[in-house]
Design a protein around this ligand. Sequence first.
Ligand code: GAP
Length: 444
Amino acid sequence: MTETVASVDLDKIISLCKRRGFLFQSSEIYGGIASTWDYGPLGVELKRNVKDAWWKTMVWGRDDMVGLDSAVIMNPDVWRASGHVDAFSDPLVECKSCHQRWREDQLEEHKCPDCGGELTDTRLFNTMFKTFMGPVEESASVVYLRPETAQGIFVNFNNVLNATRKKLPFGIAQIGKAFRNEITTGSFIYRTREFEMMEIEYFVQPGEDEEWHQRWIEESVRWYTDLGIDGERLRVRPHDPEELSHYSKATSDIEYHFPWGWGEIQGIANRTDYDLKAHSEASGESLAYFDAGSGERVVPYVIEPSAGVDRAVMSFLVDAYTEEEAPKASGGTEQRTVLKLHPALAPVKVSVLPLSRNERLVPLARKVYDEVRGSGLVQGYVQYDDAQSIGRRYRRQDEIGTPLCVTVDFDSLDDDAVTIRERDSMAQERVPIAGLSQALATRL
Ligand code: GAP
């Protein structure tokens, strides 16, 4: 473990997120609602960039993958067949004194962590959210909010196969919201009741599943490290047999070292043929694959890399958060906070800063800003920032992780050039305004 691992303070990150518009407590003016968060102007860019980076690697970057966007509310028979109605439960205990409820498997001792009171016996609590479809609130109209996006993929297996003519092995990817009525939540956006998932169901020939499981564990870890996550803060942890979900033959979690310790950010499960068989039996429609080579129908095995978008966002934020000493223009040093986010994830790619609001500088700075924004070469959000001193603006941009700043100064009026300042090294380089967008795109 590196020294920085221990020194990251979650409260500082939460405070930065609120102050700079990454995340707000949901319904804040009404006192909020437990563990529910809204993504602000910068958070929404970061989250979109995380999902885009994942889609780019996992779908566009491969020739064995297609996408899907299935509904949140599905026929409740889906959840009966998948085993979720019977088995998607957590062990619940309640304190007999203060009536606080806890997840029994997360307690170190069998007593209330708040008041030390005696706990009730454990009962299983199904964490699927229920609601009613249509205007009648009766048992016949109960539907569920999906607790995973995976089932939308399984029940569309034949549709996707017929539409795409994919051959084994191939995968279907989906990004979308999931809902779980968690008994305990907390640690900012780590465990919430509404969250987003990035899931792949990868269909393989039975017998090739173990090899593909291993390959997907490696691919998945590489995605995080390619986007800048420190490999020392990641580990792969295979599940003990008693931990496995009802559908899994083997699962490994990718864990990140958060300020409070190791926490799961992604699971990679070998779901075998459990789901396709269960839906075939329950629906009466065969979800099998015709293997032209052997002339036989096979029910594929499934490897499932399943990542939480919000947990990925949180691990990128924690990993990028850095405090360091930086030289001041007036001499000496000062502390600066920098989000050293990978440029592909940074919410603002480039910020254009006129040295001051001087009336001679502003038209040129605006022109540069419009040119960079409109060029199509810099992919992402470009900002114009002219409030406060240039030093404070650099600090502000560092704090939100902007990889490049472009400064328009009085020399720019004569030499048609501007300064590009790089976030991490703080190195500055003079470049001609003609060709600026290309120069920025190359650096990003
Ligand atoms: N389809 C497989 C599946 O749902 P999971 O391990 O239960 O597997 C996958 O969930 C990922 O979803 C987790 O690794 C985590 O990143 C994220 N996740 C699960 N529950 C969450 C919650 N309550 N809040 C935020 N993210 C959650």
